[in-house]
Design a binder for this molecule. Sequence first.
Ligand SMILES: Nc1ncnc2c1ncn2[C@@H]1O[C@H](COP(=O)(O)OP(=O)(O)OP(=O)(O)O)[C@@H](O)[C@H]1O
Ligand SMILES: [Mg+2]
Length: 278
Amino acid sequence: MNDELSLNDPIAPTADPLIVPVVETEPDDAPELEAAPMIQAVGSLPWRFSCFVTGTDTEIGKTMISAAILHQLVAKGLRACGMKPVAAGAAMRDGELHNDDADLLRAAGNVHLPVNLTTPFMLRTPAAPHIAAAIDGVTIAPVPIIAAYAEIAAASDAVVVEGVGGFRVPLTDDFDTADLAAQLNLPVVLVVGMRLGCISHALLTVEAIIARNLVLAGWVANQIDPDMQYADENVAALAARIPAPLLGRVPFMDQPDHVRAASCIDLAALPGWPPAGD
Ligand SMILES: Nc1ncnc2c1ncn2[C@@H]1O[C@H](COP(=O)(O)OP(=O)(O)OP(=O)(O)O)[C@@H](O)[C@H]1O
Ligand SMILES: [Mg+2]
């Protein structure tokens, strides 16, 4: 990982949200009235939270769970913004390129920034990103993504970054989504799409996350196959092997709904998650 590009310091969740800004103060005889607003401002400094949402595959519920996390953050009164750094499959509407994931994250959050920040690489072709980028004549690169992330973080209290497909999707010849997660250096939430075969996919993903020294902050069992046999046993097998908390089980929903999904997950175990009542 490139240390210069790491945003660990500016955005890492902190146990102490009340970082008192350094201010030039008058000598001790400064009028007391002037101190009061500063105390208020310090007391109201926002909590900070960020995470990177990855999954066992494409189409297994990353957007659903990212939107659910955003919903919980918004419900806590925080300024929450979703980011889909690379989206493949976009169509022009109202003079702007739109992608379903980007639109869903935007609707679930409450900080509305220009789409070139929340999705710096909006690709038209619905294909693997490096292929879609080649077709669009675009070269995906980490720096614009990291710069955009920094702007989003500066304008928000909480940022939820959704990955692309599984954990190791190529973005260029020598840069993939795991590298992106490592450069952003965010705690990772793993969404496991519960279907036959998910155990191996999940455990390989866990290995890849840990190999990059990333924090695996938790995982969600998302029931994408309504007919999966032995779902409970599969969840138990995963829980016994994944060294991170199970944040919740989201049932198969006939009418998929991130607000309902939000009611199925408990995010208190995530690093930097705002405490209850905040
Ligand atoms: N628990 C669920 N029950 C029913 N449908 C679900 C559930 N979770 C997700 N879905 C549906 O499955 C599809 C894929 O979900 P989603 O878009 O969240 O996946 P993804 O991992 O973000 O995919 P991508 O790799 O394309 O970003 C969507 O149509 C979504 O509504
Ligand atoms: Mg998605």
